[in-house]
Design a protein around this ligand. Structure first.
Ligand SMILES: C=C1C[C@]23C[C@@]1(O)CC[C@H]2[C@@]12CC[C@H](O)[C@@](C)(C(=O)O1)[C@H]2[C@@H]3C(=O)O
Ligand code: AKG
Ligand code: FE2
Length: 359
C-alpha cells in the first residue's frame, strides 16, 4: 500500500474559523439577506438554523435512506447502476473517480420517484411519500434562501433564482451518500493505484469518501446524520472541517449561481472524508437546478463596464453535458470563461477584468 508523506500542520488561527450561521427566524429581512450575501461571497457556504422544516420530515427520510443502505448489495444493485440516476458504489461519475461511499441519486419529480421506488424499497409508497415530502420541504427552503439572496444583491426580479428550481421542468436531483465506518474497510476492495487515503492539512491519514469538487447546480441543501466528514476549502486552500448538525442544514453555492451572479458569489469546493470508526456517515443532499433549456447568463445587474461578463452564456443542459466529461476535482466553469483581459489592460494589478477572477 502507498503511504502518503505527512504535510505540515496549518496555523491554528486559520483552522479556528467559524462556519457562518444564518438564523432564518430573524425578523429583520434586510439584515438577513445581507448576511446571506456576505456568507455566499466569502465562503459560498453557510449553515441555516430555525429553518422551519419539521423534524419528522427529516427523520422519516433518514430512516428510508438507512433502510436502503442496510440491504444486501445484490438488492441495492436493483436500483442501479447510477448512470446518472440509481445506486452507485465507489465509482463517481464517468471519468474514473472513486471514493469510499455508496450512494443513491434520484430525479426529484414525483413520477420518477414513484417509478424507481419499487426497486429501492420494500414499501414503495412509504418511500415515495417520505422522499416527496422531504424534497418539497428542502425546495421551499432553497427558494426562500434564493429570494433573500436576490433581495440582498438588489436584483430587480426577486424570484429570478428561485423560479429556476420551482419550474416543473427543473433538473433538480436528490442524493443519499453513505460512507462506511473504518471498521468496515476490510470489506471494501481497494487497489494500491486508487488508494483512498489522503494527508492534507494535518498528520492524520484520511480516507476520502467524496473527493474535492464544487457542485454544478444553483444551490445545494445538505443534511447529514451526526457523523462528521464534510470539509470546505477556503480561498487560501485550507480545508476546514464542518461539525455535523443533524437538526440543521448546510447550504452551498453551486457553479450555476456563480455564473448567474457573474462571479460575485463563489461556488464552494468541498469534500467528505470517511474516517468514522464505528458509525456510518449518511448525507441527504438536494441539488436545486434549472430546467435543461434555461440560460445561465450573468444577470444584467451583475454586469458593468468595470465588471464585464466573465462567462459565455450557456444553457444548463450544455453545462451539465460538459460537466459529465470532467473529473470530479476539475474547475468546470473555466470551460465557459471569457477572456476579457485585453492588451489595453497594461497594469495587471489595476485591471477590472481581473477583479472577479483572482479571488
Ligand atoms: C465526476 C463527476 C460526478 C458528478 C458528475 C461529474 O462528472 C462532475 C460533477 C459530479 C457531481 C457533484 C455534485 C453532485 O453530487 C453530482 C450528482 C452532480 O451533479 O455533479 C455529481 C456527479 C455524479 O456523481 O454523477
Ligand atoms: O456527504 C457529504 O457531506 C458531501 C456530499 C457531496 O458533496 C455531494 O453529494 O455532492
Ligand atoms: Fe458536493
Amino acid at each position: 500500500m502507498v503511504v502518503p508523506t505527512p504535510s505540515p500542520i496549518r496555523s491554528k488561527k486559520t483552522m479556528a474559523i467559524g462556519i457562518p450561521t444564518i438564523d432564518l427566524s430573524n425578523y429583520n429581512r434586510s439584515k438577513l439577506s445581507a448576511q446571506i450575501v456576505e456568507a455566499c461571497e466569502e465562503y459560498g457556504f453557510f449553515k441555516v438554523v430555525n429553518h422551519g422544516i419539521p423534524k419528522a420530515v427529516i427523520e422519516t427520510m433518514e430512516t428510508q435512506g438507512s433502510d436502503f443502505f442496510a440491504k444486501p448489495t445484490i438488492e441495492k444493485q436493483r436500483a442501479g447502476p447510477a448512470c446518472p440516476f440509481g445506486y452507485g458504489c465507489k465509482n463517481i461519475g464517468r471519468k474514473g473517480d472513486t471514493g469510499e461511499l455508496e450512494y443513491l441519486i434520484l430525479q426529484t419529480n414525483p413520477q420518477s420517484i414513484s417509478d424507481r421506488s419499487n426497486d429501492i424499497s420494500d414499501d414503495p409508497t412509504k418511500f415515495s411519500c417520505a422522499v416527496n415530502d422531504y424534497i418539497e420541504a428542502v425546495k421551499e427552503l432553497a427558494c426562500e434562501i434564493l429570494d433573500l439572496l436576490a433581495e440582498g444583491l438588489w436584483v430587480s426580479d426577486k424570484s429570478v433564482f428561485s423560479r429556476f428550481i420551482r419550474d416543473v421542468q427543473s433538473d433538480s436531483i436528490l442524493r443519499f451518500n453513505h460512507y462506511p465506518p473504518v471498521k468496515d474497510i476490510k470489506d471494501w476492495e481497494t487497489t494500491p493505484k486508487q488508494h483512498p487515503f489522503t494527508n492534507n492539512n494535518n498528520n492524520n491519514h484520511s480516507r476520502i469518501g467524496f473527493g474535492e469538487h464544487s457542485d454544478p447546480q444553483i444551490l445545494t441543501i445538505l443534511r447529514s446524520n451526526n457523523v462528521g466528514g464534510l470539509q470546505i476549502s477556503l480561498r487560501d486552500g485550507l480545508w476546514v472541517p464542518v461539525a455535523p448538525d443533524p437538526n440543521q442544514f448546510f447550504v452551498m453555492v453551486g457553479d450555476a449561481l456563480q455564473a448567474l451572479t457573474n462571479g460575485r458569489l463563489v461556488s464552494v469546493k468541498h469534500r467528505a472524508l470517511a474516517n468514522s470508526v464505528v458509525k456510518p456517515r449518511m448525507s441527504m443532499v438536494y441539488f436545486g437546478a434549472p430546467p435543461l433549456n434555461a440560460w445561465m447568463s450573468p444577470l444584467p445587474e451583475m454586469v458593468s463596464p468595470e465588471k464585464p461578463s466573465l462567462y459565455k452564456p450557456f444553457t444548463w443542459g450544455e453545462y451539465k453535458k460538459a460537466a459529465y466529461t470532467t473529473r470530479l476535482g476539475d474547475s468546470r466553469l473555466d470551460h465557459f470563461k471569457i477572456n476579457n483581459h485585453t492588451s489595453k489592460c497594461n497594469d495587471q494589478t489595476q485591471c477590472p477584468c481581473l477583479d472577479n477572477l483572482v479571488r
